[in-house]
Design a protein around this ligand. Sequence first.
Ligand SMILES: [Zn+2]
Length: 256
Amino acid sequence: MSSFVKQSKARHQQPIIYNVCNYAKAPEGQPTLLTWDEVTTMFHEFGHALHGMLSDCKYNTLSGTAVARDFVEMPSQFNESFATIPEVFNHFAKHVKTGESMPDTLRNKIMSAMNYHSAYALGENLAASSVDMAWTTLPENEVPSADKADDFERQALAKVGLLDAQIPPRYSTSYFNHVWGGGYAAGYYSYLWTEVLADNIADCFAKRGALKREVGQAFRQQVLSKGNTEDLMQTFTRFTGLKSPDTSALLKARGL
Ligand SMILES: [Zn+2]
């Protein structure tokens, strides 16, 4: 997702937002079909697109997705949850020849396979986030020499109980591209953090009726339209009623 024009009332600009989908083209004469991963990626990017399209801010520099890194993946990760709602799923998951919706037994198999190796995925992510945080909170005079970098990483992981040969960090010090060159320094945790926010929002939708128009409207007005014009924790609290994010929602969503 990106934008040609960002929404701005001061400039009388309507947003022009786009999604680019790089899907493999089917062989001649055959329809192009999407994998489950591609479907959820499309829902993800469309969540970013909605954040951009439904913005209602004065300044383009604060509108749409111009929010903090540990909030920006919330609307997109939350939007992925719609792909699994049976009514929505049955709307797009049709047999290519008969047009029939996928049988429930097959759909349930896909849903239960989603959390395969879930604990491993969470462990390697937490470990990488911890390594990032350990390096970026290190005082300058304590930075070890390059040959001691591996020792430092092992100590940092042991300190938080994540030193485990069975679940190594997803990214290690010597190849952590996000942190050293990607601008994520002390920010790699944001993937997991936004997932907590997204799961809390999805739970709210589920409780109030995920497919009800007024629930979607409230999310649009109270969250998506605001861009970066207010304290984002207030935004979260106003919509969910939660004083702070509830991490148990992430464990439940990941089947842990
Ligand atoms: Zn994203």
